[in-house]
Design a protein around this ligand. Structure first.
Ligand code: 5GP
Ligand code: MN
Length: 336
């Protein structure tokens, strides 16, 4: 596989980790398949090398990703604060995965930033917050953090052996972050996925756990979302709003609306999609686009967020009634 990073960065990593024993791996709030794959794949690999590894999520992960954590080893900060803080205190190295800076880890991020540990970033988002870290492995020229980390591990230990579980974890991140090999796919992505298969990665398990593991309520919620797509023809855009009363009616569980934002893009002539999910104290906003329409600028400017060119997110504090007006204003800045 092609090297992603110069040799001096790998040497720097090697030097830091050679002097270390305890490692904390952490990722973003509401972890997705890439975050969980990176955390568990890298965690298992480093344990195999003899390190003491603690994997931490700032908030719980959705049930359908539980197959990546069969031993329930991941510590969720909101449930096990004391344990997490103890591990952070003892850590020689902290590695943040699938997140561009410590602020997307909320309270856990503040604890990490105060830690004396050597801090490393392994991520594929734009605009890494380099000042948060001592060593940064970041590029957007990959499908996912899982691809980046898998290739980084190859460069670090060319003769390394990967277990079936590790390969499956890394492949989960590629499959979910690319929307099943549809977006952000590079030749090296297929190459990495192929090598993961050679190590025994089980794509059937990934597909059945991630895409065939829904409750009937979730399917009905999906039906409601599809029935309630609103079109903004002047922008070639469409959006979906799910308010709390609707979510409650369908017994919403964390992760149930994963990938709903992609539905409107299946409509002919729709090039931008927005998805609004009302949470307790804010509305989570997800944006997706096709081709040359950038959504990360509007995520930053209008929704206090950011992300990739064609896939971004943020939040809004206003009431749901304000959604359409704000969305139109935002779209007006990128679509004539
Ligand atoms: P999603 O819609 O899947 O939650 O997020 C899409 C992408 O937007 C993520 O991969 C991430 O790059 C970015 N993103 C999500 N939430 C935030 C946020 O709060 N701030 C920033 N800067 N980016 C975000
Ligand atoms: Mn990712």
């Amino acid at each position: 596989m092609k090297a992603l990073f110069p040799k001096n960065l790998i040497s720097c990593w090697n030097q830091a980790i050679t002097q270390s024993a305890a490692i904390v791996l952490a990722t973003h709030v509401n972890p997705d398949g890439d975050a969980m794959g990176a955390l568990t794949g890298l965690g298992a690999f480093l344990r195999q090398q003899g390190y003491r590894v603690t994997c931490v999520c700032p908030s719980p992960y959705p049930d359908f990703l539980g197959f990546l954590d069969p031993g329930k080893d991941i510590l969720v900060y909101t449930c096990h604060k004391e344990k997490v803080l103890k591990a952070v205190d003892k850590a020689d190295i902290v590695v943040a995965v699938d997140v561009s800076g410590l602020s997307r880890m909320e309270e856990l991020g503040s604890a990490l930033s105060e830690s004396r540990a050597f801090k490393v970033l392994m991520d594929h988002h734009t605009d890494p917050v380099t000042e948060d870290f001592d060593l940064v492995f970041s590029t957007t020229r990959v499908s996912s953090s899982c691809e980046l980390i898998f290739r980084l591990l190859h460069a670090w230990k060319p003769k390394a052996v990967f277990s079936k579980e590790q390969a499956t974890a890394f492949l989960t991140g590629i499959i979910t972050d690319t929307n099943q090999f549809a977006n952000s796919v590079y030749p090296e992505t297929f190459h990495a996925a192929s090598i993961m298969h050679l190590w025994g990665a089980d794509s059937e398990t990934i597909f059945s756990q991630v895409y065939q593991n829904f409750t009937l309520n979730r399917m009905h919620l999906m039906g409601y979302a599809l029935q309630n797509i609103r079109i903004l023809p002047q922008f070639g855009a469409a959006y979906i709003v799910l308010t709390r009363d609707v979510l409650e009616a369908f017994d919403y569980q964390n992760g149930d609306t994963e990938s709903f934002v992609n539905f409107p893009l299946a409509i002919k002539g729709i090039n931008v999609s927005a998805f609004f999910l009302q949470r307790k104290d804010h509305i989570k906003v997800s944006l997706r686009s096709k081709g040359a329409i950038a959504v990360n600028g509007i995520a930053r400017q209008f929704f206090n967020g950011g992300g990739h060119y064609n896939a971004s997110a943020g939040k809004m504090e206003d009431a749901p009634e304000k959604i359409e007006g704000l969305l139109k204003e935002a779209l007006g800045t990128v679509i004539a």
